[in-house]
Design a binder for this molecule. Structure first.
Ligand SMILES: Cc1cc2nc3c(=O)[nH]c(=O)nc-3n(C[C@H](O)[C@H](O)[C@H](O)COP(=O)(O)OP(=O)(O)OC[C@H]3O[C@@H](n4cnc5c(N)ncnc54)[C@H](O)[C@@H]3O)c2cc1C
Length: 411
């Protein structure tokens, strides 16, 4: 017999827990189904050992558990993040069922959904998909052609330099995760090859404040369709930036000076060699340009418009790396590469839904999270749904409140 419940939330990460908190405040009967056995799965199992938040502590704005600690400008460790989510569940007695992996969400004739999770069947009037935009690591198809003697993993499985076999490491992808991992590896003494992409850099501090604070004040994270439409592939890529060691800038020019071999996009693997695009200088230029654009067009423009009196700052124009030769092929054995870390992003998995719910860009067709085609179906934790901040700890609460109220009003 299916168990009847008013609302089911699929996934107990920050998005699912925030919805649960808001539903609880509104008195809506619900259950969170979480496939892991403890809270904080993504932060506990999908981040490396030395991971810290990249956004400052003050960005921890989960409803009912907003950061009030002594170090708003600091960057909390992975362990502290996990602890905060554990405390959140327990302090608010959120109704989470662990070890419940949802495998199917079927719309039922009439109203509601039939949900199957680890052998149990539920019938619910509403289902909130909170299973994580950044949950399933992407790997290119050609990775399967690389010999098994080289250890390959997605960035979400990387733990520490010591956990890798001796030898050089190829990091593919130079956005936030790839750049942080490459930095940790070369600073530990590893030879690192880094396949760059088009991701931009941000300075950690600028004109007297953390860049996150400026971007927040400037309303950057409030942006929705306007910003979305200007992004390549309509996908936000987290900039090169770190919260480690008190927070610092990540800079490919510095990497080059420190001995990292910068390469272009990895395109294929043929006859023992990685095939590379002839574009690493272009990527370096994009990283520089990304910084310039964000600082001039967002931060400086905001400071000017708001009439804020802070000293001007010019970030240095950097040139290291531009003189290096472009390489279009890397023989992995000759280069001594023993491990590859694919830091090429995540894919959104909605395979448990049999119906078409995504638009041409791979985003759910939904207004602020409420499905346009399937009443009672919701999506949460997705950047630009409806705002950029909706995919981050800082902004998921606003959307959680909207979704919870929408559900409550369906009564
Ligand atoms: C490397 C990295 C660094 C980041 N750093 C920051 C940062 O500094 N600041 C910030 O604000 N944001 C950051 N983010 C973005 C975002 O805050 C995190 O990705 C966050 O984990 C998203 O929370 P979520 O609840 O949407 O998804 P998740 O945390 O991924 O939670 C989804 C949950 O759903 C569960 N689940 C998945 N499938 C099923 C299923 N079929 N059945 C049941 N349960 C299921 C999972 O086990 C998981 O617990 C970062 C993201 C990444 C990838």
């Amino acid at each position: 017999m299916p168990e009847s419940i008013h609302t089911l939330v699929v996934g107990g990460g920050q998005a699912g827990l925030a919805v649960s908190y808001c539903l609880k405040m509104l008195g809506v009967e619900h259950l969170v189904l979480e496939k892991a056995s403890q809270p904080g799965y993504a932060w506990r199992h999908q981040r490396w050992d030395s991971f810290t938040l990249v956004t400052p502590n003050l960005s921890f704005q989960i409803p009912g558990a907003e950061y009030r600690g002594p170090d708003p400008d600091g960057f909390m460790s992975r362990q502290e993040i996990v602890q905060r989510f554990e405390d959140y569940v327990h302090a608010n007695s959120l109704p989470v069922t662990f070890d419940a992996a949802v495998t199917s969400v079927q719309p039922e004739d009439g109203a509601g959904y039939r949900v199957t999770a680890s052998g149990r069947v539920y019938r619910a009037r509403n289902v909130v998909m909170a299973n994580g935009w950044y949950h399933q690591g992407k790997m290119p198809a050609f990775a399967s052609k690389i010999p098994g003697s080289i250890l390959q993993m997605h960035s979400s499985s990387y733990r520490s330099p010591q956990s890798l076999p001796p030898g050089a490491v190829l990091v593919v992808g130079s956005a936030q995760s790839g750049a942080q991992i490459a930095e940790e590896l070369y600073q530990s003494g590893r030879k690192v090859y880094l396949c760059t992409g088009a991701c931009g850099r941000l300075p950690r501090r600028y004109r007297g404040k953390d860049v996150f604070v400026w971007l927040t004040e400037a309303g950057f994270f409030e942006r929705s369709a306007e910003l979305f439409n200007t992004l390549p592939n309509h996908y936000f890529v987290a900039p090169q930036l770190s919260g480690r060691d008190g927070g610092h800038t990540l800079n490919l020019h510095q990497f080059y000076r420190d001995g990292v071999t910068l390469l272009g996009h990895a395109r294929d693997y043929v006859d023992g060699a990685l095939v590379l695009a002839n574009d690493f200088k272009e990527n370096l230029a994009r990283s520089d340009q990304g910084e310039k654009n964000m600082l001039e067009n967002v931060v400086d423009a905001y400071i000017r418009k708001a009439g804020i009196d802070v000293p001007e700052e010019r970030v240095p124009a950097l040139t290291d790396g531009y003189q290096a030769p472009e390489v279009t092929s890397l023989d992995l054995q000759k280069a001594g590469v023993a491990s590859i870390i694919w830091s090429v992003g995540f894919k959104y998995d909605l395979s448990m839904l049999p119906m078409p719910v995504l638009d041409e860009y791979g985003y759910p067709k939904a207004d602020r999270g409420a499905s346009s085609d399937y009443p009672g179906l919701y999506f949460i934790g997705i950047p630009f749904m409806p705002k950029l901040k909706s995919g981050f700890i800082y902004g998921v609460g606003e959307n959680a409140q909207f979704v919870a109220e929408h559900i409550a009003e369906r009564e």
